[in-house]
Design a protein around this ligand. Structure first.
Ligand code: SAM
Length: 242
């Protein structure tokens, strides 16, 4: 019997992958993943066997991992960022439990909230939350409730899945919800393609963010009431008296 490692590969650049993740990929017999992610590691692990499939193929991908491990392979199921943050770790564990397969290890990776925050400065230096705007698996009412609660609690917010081909106006809707409670001059920003060749970023206010067009390769940041823009960077003070 083989085993499954669910591996977060970080935002995309090999330098941002942990040494543990690299070792697990090197020790695996087969690397499994969504094809946009297998492309990111294919050159470095060209000597490995790969199994990849497309978007919406998550259940089939995880089932394949259990099947391969049962056949004796050491499987590395890769996810971008961290595998436990909107990744495959929970799904593969749920599926494996149904089949009494227990040999699963989760290997952490640098999630987009953290790698994106580092690009912009220090926006998450105080209490923060991550909210995904994807309503594929979560009803929009729940997302709206969480946005409201985050604004009410004065959390810094990292927003994942701000847009997609079918949901181009989700960030605008989210900003409008946040602006019921937060002032328009709240410091915000976003980073596209973190850790990849075409990385771009912008710092702006919430009332500017509402008009911005971003895509699904972007992570958005909304500061708390103390977050400021210092020399073009987003900074959320921890509260030191200086
Ligand atoms: C399904 S979630 C996966 C998150 C991933 N497991 C992580 O921990 O970063 C996909 C969303 O993560 C964010 N994301 C992931 N990788 C990114 C990157 N390299 N640059 C910018 N945003 C990224 C985007 O908001 C994207 O829509």
């Amino acid at each position: 019997m083989g085993k499954i490692a669910v591996v977060g590969i970080g935002p995309g650049n090999s330098d941002m992958m942990t040494l543990q993740a690299k070792k697990v990929l090197e020790d695996s017999d087969i690397i499994v993943g969504y094809k946009a992610y297998t492309e990111l590691v294919r050159d470095e692990y060209a000597h490995k066997e790969f199994y990849e499939n497309g978007m919406r193929g998550e259940v089939e991908r995880c089932q394949k991992c259990v099947e391969l491990a049962r056949d004796g392979k050491n499987v590395a199921l890769i996810c971008s960022g961290d595998a436990g943050v909107y990744g495959m770790a929970s799904l593969v564990m749920e599926l494996a439990e149904k089949e009494n397969f227990t040999d699963i290890e989760v290997v952490p990776g640098v999630t987009a909230a953290l790698s994106g925050a580092a690009c912009l400065g220090a926006p998450l230096s105080h209490d923060f939350c991550i909210i995904s705007l994807s309503d594929l698996l979560t009803p929009w009412e729940v997302i709206e409730k969480r946005l409201n609660s985050a604004a009410e609690g004065d959390f810094c917010i990292a927003i994942y899945n701000p847009s997609s081909h079918k949901r181009v106006d989700h960030l605008k809707k989210a900003c409008e919800i946040l602006m019921r409670k937060l002032p328009g001059d709240t410091a915000c920003g976003y980073v596209r393609n973190i850790g990849r060749a075409a990385c771009t970023q912008k710092v702006c206010t919430l009332s500017e963010l509402v008009e911005e067009q971003v895509d699904m390769f972007t992570t958005v940041f909304v500061g708390n009431s103390k977050t400021k823009i210092l020399d073009g960077k987003l900074v959320t003070p921890r509260g030191y008296n200086i």
